[in-house]
Design a protein around this ligand. Structure first.
Ligand code: C2E
Ligand code: CA
Ligand code: CA
Length: 228
C-alpha cells in the first residue's frame, strides 16, 4: 500500500540489427527496514497471499506510464516485456483488464509483450489458451519464459501460439559441451520452423556469445550486454 516498488529495465540485444531491440521490466522492492528484496522472494510471498494481482497492476501501470512519458523510446524498440504470474492469468477478465490499463495510458497494444514461465503455462493451460488468443487478437505479444527448464516445453508449443521463447539460462551453463550445443541448435531451428523468435537468457561470457554467433538465435539478454 505504500508502493515501495520500483522497476528496472534490462535491455535485450538483437543479433541481426546489432542494437538493443526490447526491454524486460523487472520488479524491485525497497523495504525501509529490510532493504532491497529480490523479486524471486517477494513475488512468491505475494502469490501465496493472493496479493500478486495488486502488485502486477501497480507495476504494469508504472510501465505504461513510463512508456507514455517516453514515447520516443519506442521509435527504437520492438516492445517491452512484462512478467505475469499464474494468478494474473486466472483472473476472469484478464486480457480486458490489461487492455484497459494500456488504453488509459494510450499505449499501443503491440508495445507490450507478456512473459509467462513454462511452469505458469502448465498450471493454467486451459484458461491460458483463451487468454493467449485474446492477447493475440488484441495485438499483444506473448513469450514463453524459462523455456526448457520444466517438463512440458514442447507440449506447450503445440497447445498455444506464442511470439517468442526464452531459452533458460541452464542451457548456457555448459556451452562448451557438444551435447548442449546440439540441443540449442535444434531448439532454435524448431522455434523458427514454428515462426517463433528465440531469446537466449543469462548470457554472461564471451564464450557463450561466441557460440550464439554460430547460430540463428534472434536476441540475447544477460549481464554480458547489460544488467537490469
Ligand atoms: P526472469 O523473468 O527469468 O528474469 C530474468 C532474471 O535473470 C532477472 O532476475 C535478471 O536480473 C536475471 N538476469 C539477467 N541477466 C542475467 C545474467 O546474465 N546472469 C544471471 N545470473 N542472471 C541474469 P530478477 O530481476 O532477480 O528476477 C527474478 C525473477 O522474478 C524473474 O525471472 C521473474 O520470474 C520474477 N519477476 C521479476 N519481476 C516480476 C514481476 O514484476 N512480476 C512477476 N510475476 N514476476 C517477476
Ligand atoms: Ca521474464
Ligand atoms: Ca527467464
Amino acid at each position: 500500500t505504500e508502493d515501495l516498488f520500483e522497476i528496472y529495465y534490462q535491455p535485450v540485444y538483437s543479433t541481426r540489427k546489432k542494437c538493443f531491440i526490447t526491454l524486460e521490466a523487472l520488479s524491485r522492492l525497497q523495504h525501509p527496514e529490510l532493504g532491497w528484496i529480490a523479486p524471486d522472494v517477494f513475488i512468491q510471498i505475494a502469490e501465496k497471499n493472493h496479493m500478486i494481482e495488486q502488485i502486477t497492476d501497480l507495476q504494469f501501470s508504472r510501465v505504461c506510464r513510463f512508456l507514455g512519458e517516453n514515447r520516443y523510446l519506442m521509435r527504437h524498440l520492438l516492445n517491452v516485456k512484462v512478467n505475469l504470474s499464474s494468478l494474473d492469468l486466472m483472473r476472469n477478465d484478464c486480457s480486458r483488464h490489461f487492455i484497459r490499463i494500456m488504453d488509459a495510458y494510450k499505449i499501443p497494444h503491440n508495445w507490450i509483450q507478456f512473459e509467462i514461465t513454462e511452469t505458469v503455462a502448465t498450471e493454467c493451460n486451459a484458461s491460458l489458451r483463451r487468454v493467449a488468443e485474446e492477447f493475440t487478437d488484441a495485438g499483444i505479444g506473448l513469450c514463453l519464459d524459462d523455456f526448457g527448464s520444466g517438463f512440458s516445453s514442447l507440449g506447450l508449443l503445440k497447445s498455444f501460439d506464442v511470439d517468442a521463447i526464452k531459452l533458460d539460462r541452464i542451457f548456457f551453463e555448459d556451452i562448451a559441451q557438444k551435447k548442449a550445443q546440439d540441443i540449442l541448435c535444434c531448439l532454435i531451428e524448431l522455434a523458427h520452423r514454428l515462426h517463433i523468435q528465440v531469446v537466449a537468457e543469462g548470457i554472461e561470457t564471451e564464450e557463450q556469445l561466441d557460440f550464439l554467433r554460430t547460430t540463428t538465435c534472434d536476441m540475447v539478454q544477460g549481464y554480458y550486454y547489460a544488467r537490469p
